[in-house]
Design a protein around this ligand. Structure first.
Ligand SMILES: [Zn+2]
Ligand SMILES: [Zn+2]
Length: 256
């Protein structure tokens, strides 16, 4: 639903990705990874928000969580009654952070009527037939990347794995996220010759190195800020990784 790095951009909201899979009975399960600036509008364009089964927040920067506010308002006030309590997993402070975003001055209040959960290293959360497993990654705030395991949509009976980096520099957690993935959704927010800070984001080169070391089968490059030269980032990834590389775009979908 959104892939622009660090803020909503002119062509896309900020980070927010729907992951869907069907169980054996044919029931479609939908998880949203992140709900960044502008993403809740995009969500309403593709599905009724009531059909969401799970929201997983990688970290509490606004480009990954700000539109939980819209989801909370929708869930509480939509005509026809409140939505059944939606599981929202995130870092420790997620409920209070959301309360502050909603202009609450009560330090004990929790934002929204969600069923909150807290990520714990390597502890997978089932969402229908898929499992979302968090790994701590390297960013200036508590941040998580994820491995998602579930049934393939393209080859019946096969199990597949997707990785999502969240925001991170290279680290052990990202290595876990990337290993053996059928599809790796990985950020590349920095440009090598301009952004020299470490411990914040990946460059295209570092994203490519991670994909190569993890033997990822396909790579989707995301979180490119509007001021970056995306073509430069893609060629930087390709300088280290020889598999198929895609630039994330709003409304793009990938089947594994
Ligand atoms: Zn970000
Ligand atoms: Zn961030």
């Amino acid at each position: 639903m959104g892939c622009t790095g660090s803020l909503a951009g002119p062509r896309s909201p900020a980070s927010s990705y729907l992951v869907q899979t069907r169980d054996k009975a044919g029931r479609l399960w939908t998880a949203s990874l992140d709900m960044g600036s502008g993403a809740f509008g995009a969500l309403q364009a593709v599905m009724p928000p009531e059909a969401l089964d799970f929201v997983g927040i990688s970290h509490l920067h606004p480009d990954h969580c700000a539109d939980l506010t819209g989801l909370a308002v929708y869930a509480k006030y939509r005509p026809g009654g409140a939505m059944a309590s939606l599981p929202v997993y995130g870092p420790q402070d997620t409920p209070h952070h959301l309360a502050e975003l909603q202009y609450s001055h009560d330090p004990d209040s929790e934002g929204g009527d969600f069923n909150y959960g807290v990520w714990s290293q390597g502890v997978g959360i089932p969402v229908g037939p898929m499992t979302i497993t968090p790994y701590r990654v390297l960013h200036p705030v508590e941040a998580w990347g994820f491995r998602l395991d579930g049934p393939s949509d393209s080859v019946p009976g096969r199990q597949v794995t997707m990785g999502y980096s969240g925001d991170t520099d290279t680290c052990d957690g990202l290595t876990e996220v990337a290993a053996g993935t059928d599809l790796l959704l990985i950020e590349a927010a920095f440009e090598q010759d301009r952004d020299v800070a470490r411990g914040v984001h990946l460059t295209g080169e570092r994203a490519g190195q991670v994909a190569r070391a993890g033997r990822a089968k396909r790579v989707v490059v995301t979180h490119v800020p509007p001021w970056n030269r995306a073509a430069l980032t893609l060629s930087a990834v390709a300088s280290k990784y020889s598999g198929p590389i895609y630039l994330a775009k709003r409304w793009a979908s990938y089947v594994i």
